[in-house]
Design a protein around this ligand. Structure first.
Ligand code: ADP
Length: 629
């Protein structure tokens, strides 16, 4: 019957990922918790069963929705399809409200939309207790979480609806980390809910970050924004496609819009400080395509659904990855290529802190917003696939494959795109080549970075890890990255390679660990034998590395790491990624980015490659013994 409703009422041929599970759960009387990305089709997860249940005479479905505009849109669309739906909210005239309540009480409605404020009113709960309720759907359920960016205190009281009806509850959201999912289930008193998690990958979106250096950042932000708009062909007054530029403050939104207009773009601005009329005009201009670039604060938010947004620039970083993914996720709804660009400067976090300190906020909430800021800083700083990181953030699973579309995957000088052939395993010559490359490299390396190197990529991670120097660099240029990666996996399965590490898994030759262990013995002996003369060589090398990286990344050297970090590295000579974690001033994102290099440098200076002239005489003896005649 659900499929019939999908076809007859909504005109769709089949269910999308996740919809069927959610619908079957509630039709079987179970609670459900649905996490599907924006645009995946969450509404049908409750609208289809609501209609089925109404037809079975099971009563009305209550839909709690946080925005009046959204409710009105949905009710309008349902009515147009002949479904008995209505909404009650504060925007309604008394007469209309009374009429709707009467229809509801007579059991004439398949769906009744209410705001969370109304949902928890005693009078409304009394009404519910007297009426046949088929199901309760709670939309934008992440509003229950103080961790989230859309916290609504009334959501915390929605569990009270359970006191007046036994109907199943379905809670839906597009944005929830595993922790927020738990919070939703707890706060809404869900009973062993069926959890439906969708696919958060958006293969058509290219996620990019441009780091903005402190000072003089405005010009770079504006130039980068204009370049992104030009690349998407948005300078012309007419044509398809549009862009949203998100700013953190109203003032920035106004300034940026004015400067874009001055630069010749059809731009307008939107924020909550403008009059209702001005906002409606801005939105209408954008909807009709007269305005091709809308510069907005996060007030331009929930329910925004334009198919052809080609570019979303975050002119300043938002306060959390949840907010970022939700806003950026409005790009490319038509599944055509679109770009999501985050401009990130350290000052953005200061702005966010200032914004979040407005109003009285508890210490817990402050700690949570700090954690959220740390997550977005990590995202900006990441050096691996950005889409992978976003998906892992939302689903808690590391199992997503790299997108091949973000700046980290593309690298600074993208290779000409080859049509993606299905991954096939490579033959024994290529396998030998992979093994030889790892042997020559002499240390573990990420699977995809190695695959890129073998294809001849000059991407940042390939260059920084010294893989361009390998004789095998580019030796498999004719094979696809997928095939090389699949072959590496096969070698792991055959135990000819081993996988190391959980958070940043790498691939290595099975014996490599032993080689490293023997050097460790040498190092620790050296440490015991005295360390007076070894400092300078390593410090100089680390300084050199820092400068090289700063040049490559166009950062200031202190942004790579500080001098005190170099001294700590010299003093502590860490041997493992875990030991690096204890070095002052490093942290996870720097370890991910520079860790392997730092270990290699430390190893070189503490190990066999060190020049005997720089080491204590006692150690020199040990060296010559090891080297042999
Ligand atoms: P969400 O609430 O998850 O952002 P919506 O419920 O607004 O998404 O749905 C997004 C779009 O996808 C709508 O235009 C809807 O008609 C369409 N859609 C939803 N389910 C299906 C389906 N099974 N087949 C085809 N289109 C669908």
């Amino acid at each position: 019957m659900a499929l019939e409703v999908l076809r007859d009422v909504f005109g769709h041929a089949g269910f999308r990922t996740g919809q069927r599970e959610a619908i079957e759960a509630v039709l079987a009387g179970r609670d459900a918790q649905v996490l599907l990305p924006t645009g995946a089709g969450k509404s049908l997860c409750y609208q289809v069963p609501a209609i089925v249940l109404a037809r079975r005479g099971a009563g009305t479905t209550i839909v709690v929705s946080p925005l009046i505009a959204l409710m009105n849109d949905q009710v309008g669309a349902l009515e147009a399809r002949g479904v008995a739906a209505a909404a009650i909210h504060s925007g309604l005239e008394d007469e209309a409200r009374v009429a709707t309540i009467a229809r509801f009480a007579r059991g004439e409605l398949a769906m009744l939309y209410v705001s969370p404020e109304r949902g928890v009113l005693d009078s409304f709960k009394r009404l519910l207790a007297r009426t046949r309720i088929a199901m309760i759907a709670i939309d934008e359920a992440h509003c229950v979480s103080q961790w989230g960016h859309d916290f609504r205190p009334e959501y915390l009281r929605l569990a009270e609806l359970r006191d007046v009806t036994d109907a199943p509850v379905i809670a839906l959201t597009a944005t929830a980390t595993p922790r927020v999912m738990d919070e939703i289930a707890g706060s809404l008193a869900l009973r062993a809910p069926v959890v439906v998690r969708g696919d958060f990958r958006r293969p058509n979106l290219a996620f990019d970050v441009t780091q903005i250096a402190p000072g003089g950042g405005e010009a770079v932000r504006m130039a980068t924004t204009i370049e992104a708009l030009d690349n998407a062909g948005l300078r012309q007054r007419h044509g398809s496609g549009r862009a949203i530029i998100y700013c953190s403050t109203r003032k920035t939104a106004e300034d940026v819009a004015a400067r874009l207009e001055a630069a010749g773009f059809a731009a307008a601005h939107y924020h909550a400080g403008r009059t209702t009329l001005a906002r409606e005009r801005a939105q209408a201009g954008f909807a009709l395509g007269r305005t091709r670039v809308l510069v907005a604060t996060n007030a331009f938010g929930m329910g925004i659904d334009y198919p052809d947004i080609r570019v979303i620039v975050h002119y300043q970083a938002p306060g959390s990855l949840e907010a970022y993914y939700q806003e950026a996720g409005r790009a490319g709804r038509d599944r055509e290529p679109a770009r999501c660009l985050l401009l990130f400067g350290a000052g953005d976090l200061v702005t966010q802190r200032r914004l979040s300190q407005r109003g009285s906020r508890s210490a817990t909430i402050m700690a949570r917003s700090e954690a959220a800021l740390a997550a977005i800083a990590r995202y900006a700083d990441t050096w691996s696939c950005r889409q992978q990181m976003l998906c892992a953030h939302f689903t808690g699973s590391d199992a997503h494959v790299a997108c091949a579309n973000c700046d980290a995957c593309r690298g600074p000088a993208p290779l000409p795109r080859v049509a993606l052939a299905p991954a096939s395993l490579l033959g024994s010559a290529a396998q030998q080549l992979i093994l030889a490359a790892l042997a020559a490299h002499g240390r573990p390396v990420g699977k995809l970075v190695l695959a890129k190197a073998l294809r001849g990529s000059q991407a940042k991670p390939v260059v920084v890890q010294g893989l361009t120097r390998l004789a095998q660099h580019g030796a498999l240029a004719d094979s696809s990255e997928e095939s090389i990666a699949a072959t590496i996996e096969e070698l792991v399965r055959e135990r000819r390679l081993v996988r190391r590490g959980r958070k940043y898994p790498t691939i290595a030759l099975p014996g490599a660990a032993k080689a490293r262990a023997s050097r460790t013995v040498v190092n620790s002996r050296r440490a015991r034998d005295g360390d007076g003369s070894r400092t300078s060589g390593l410090t100089v090398e680390l300084e050199r590395y820092r400068k090289r990286m700063a040049r490559q990344l166009k950062w200031k050297p202190f942004m790579i790491f500080q001098r005190k970090t170099i001294l700590a590295l010299d003093q502590q000579r860490p041997e493992t990624l875990a030991a690096l974690d204890k070095i002052t001033g490093l942290g996870a994102s720097r370890i991910a980015r520079f860790g392997e290099d730092l270990l290699a440098i430390v190893r070189r200076y503490g190990g066999l490659a060190a020049s005997p002239a720089t080491v204590e005489p006692a150690v020199r003896d040990l060296f010559s013994q090891l080297r042999g005649p």
